[in-house]
Design a protein. Structure first.
Length: 365
């Protein structure tokens, strides 16, 4: 039996075309409401349903409705308020600007702990009188709290196709994988540093000569110059591959084949000064952990909340430490199996869709 027929949800995310981890997170919240038979409206001037499905394997029972983006038009404040009145829930991913909403329930979804996005002037406080804040991680929520904003933490989920993998049947290859959007700004994934580290690893350690470094991630048109620079850095090195815009099935296959996973976002950034430049959560490390790739993350931001060093993965503070830890674990088969088992169980316990769905209902409804 259908539930909540006639209920309407609206989403405005000015970064929607990025289709990064934050977009997957907010679209997953919408997915839960879709399953409860809410009508889903997205303010975006292009129907990107197919792109969402290809990238994230998120399936909606009802079709998403893409409406003209009223927040990028010349509609005045009164028109926007009147338009939003029809909605039961309105979600907004902030770019630092705020507006009045007449929807019954309103939520600001916070992906980035950047103080510039949360300037609570008297006018903004008036605009936000009927909004609640949702943080994507404990790390983001902690920083919002320091800036005087109370938020509820809603962690993302990892797809069941990862969680249901049989660890005993995975066939691993000598692949070091890193997944993250190809872009040079904000919380950059430090691709250049990873490439340099890997070249040095192979040069000075014969046991890694047969390994490959594969870097995969989303690539937008405006970031192509950055991607081309990375290709020049790699040159014709046969052990390094840069793969943009992989569909979900191909990315899953890559995770399944990779023995190791490395995440260097935030490398040498002082997170107490620039929390926005480190990893805010770390969904790709969680995907790697669930797929049996032994995961190594730079010790900052969200990953240090997820990884217990030496138990479900490894943290590193320098590339020298990363090299030492990788060398140690690759010769210890017993330790490898132990870390893989604990990591997979950890993600399955805390990041399943059922856990996520329960939290959405608790926080949103």
């Amino acid at each position: 039996m259908k539930r909540n027929t006639g209920f309407k949800v609206a989403l405005y995310d000015p970064y929607l075309d990025t289709l990064g981890g934050g977009e997957k997170h907010i679209l997953s919240i919408i997915q839960v409401l879709d399953e409860l038979d809410y009508e889903i409206n997205i303010f975006w001037d292009e129907n990107i349903s197919q792109k969402i499905e290809n990238k994230f394997a998120i399936h909606y029972i009802n079709k998403l409705k893409f409406l003209p983006n009223i927040f990028k038009t010349n509609k005045n404040i009164v028109e926007k308020i009147y338009f939003l009145k029809k909605y039961d829930h309105f979600f907004y991913v902030t770019d630092g600007s705020y507006f009045f909403s007449s929807a019954k329930k309103n939520f600001v979804f916070c992906m980035v702990p950047d103080k510039k996005l949360y300037k609570m002037s008297i006018l903004n406080q008036l605009k936000l009188w009927n909004y609640s804040f949702i943080s994507n991680s404990l790390f983001t929520g902690h920083w919002l709290g320091k800036w005087g904003i109370k938020s509820k933490v809603l962690l993302p989920y990892v797809d069941d196709k990862y969680l249901n993998l049989d660890m005993e049947r995975l066939s691993k290859e000598k692949i070091i994988l890193s997944v993250g959007r190809f872009f040079p700004h904000l919380h950059s994934k430090q691709h250049s540093l990873l490439i340099d580290w890997f070249l040095n690893l192979q040069k000075n350690n014969r046991e890694f000569e047969s390994y490959k470094l594969i870097i995969a991630g989303g690539l937008k048109t405006e970031d192509v110059p950055y991607f081309e620079k990375l290709k020049k850095r790699v040159k014709n090195h046969k052990s390094i591959s840069l793969i943009p815009n992989l569909p979900f099935p191909d990315l899953l296959d890559l995770y399944k084949r990779s023995a190791l996973y490395v995440h260097a976002t935030g490398y040498e950034v002082n997170e107490d000064v620039h929390p926005e430049l480190v990893e805010h959560l770390g969904i790709t490390p969680l995907e790697a952990m669930s797929a049996g790739a032994i995961t190594f993350c730079y010790k900052a931001g969200g990953p240090k909340e997820l990884i217990k060093d030496g138990e479900n993965g490894y943290l590193f503070s320098s590339f020298e430490e990363l090299t030492a830890k990788i060398k140690k674990v690759t010769i210890d088969i017993h330790k490898q199996k132990q870390v893989i088992t604990v990591a997979h169980s950890f993600v399955k316990k805390y990041f399943s869709y059922s856990v996520f769905k329960d939290q959405v209902k608790k926080i949103i409804l």
